[in-house]
Design a protein around this ligand. Sequence first.
Ligand code: DHB
Length: 313
Amino acid sequence: MLNLQTQLGNFQFANPLMNASGVHCMDKTELDEMVASASGSLVTKSATVKPRPGNPEPRYADLTLGSINSMGLPNLGIDYYLDYVQQYQQEHPNQPIFMSIVGTTFEDNIAVARRIQESDFNGLAEINLSCPNVPGEPQTAYDPDQTVKILDELFTFFTKPLGVKLPPFFDLAQFDQMAAILNRYPLAFINTMNSLGNGLMIDPATDTVMIKPKGGFGGIGGAFAKPIALANVRAFRQRLRPEIAIIGTGGVQTGRDVYDLILCGANMVQVGTALHQQGTGIFDRLLSELSGVMQTKGYSSLAEFRGQLKTIE
Ligand code: DHB
């Protein structure tokens, strides 16, 4: 029998699959569909202190090889998601859930984290240091000093399991620098990676950008993201303390894509663009395809091949 179970710190999951935050997690209807799906867990939409309407539409477009979006952090506010997880925890005491939180300022990042710390949330929190879509606000994790400032302050009061959602990095010196920072903190996990920030696509029929916000610039997901995601999971697994788990996110369309992220070291794997395009039924297909790859390779558990990527001597 195949065992698809995975662990993240002290938390156990029936399988490694989840939604990527922002996809299928805005309100109770979508979250309930995630709960009813074959996924191993779920994460709520990145929540701010107050509800936000987000950017003007159109703000998402499907592309041949993925998607582009500049949603602008539409969300129902931290209180809505805290209410949801409170109910969820009562109904599913043994199935841990993730909450994503974000601030558009230093103060708001701290304020929203305090709301979680003071609540009875007993799952895993993910602070999003990589939202590319708020006009005028840079992605926090591309600024090492700002990242240190936020993490220093967070760990003065935050005692629940905490991870960080990172943007893609592209230079080995950046991996060295960011991993050295992250290794200083008692992080439960990192999630790599967010969308490829500030891409641009053009509709050839009209010579017009695909989305309205920010003059058409937006985060790129889907197949475009896969090699960058593999590199980011691999590079961080080679540099982070082993106690810091990794959620691999980017470009998952097939069970083989899930397998590849685990080969690079992922403990869990999130699905964004493909979940948005295909709906929660995708998790059944991904699990059966992943099982097929494992059977072909003779593996019966994820631990047997996690991080076992081969290089050429
Ligand atoms: C949004 C996009 C992101 O990539 C993210 O991490 C958070 C929010 C958004 O546009 O809503």
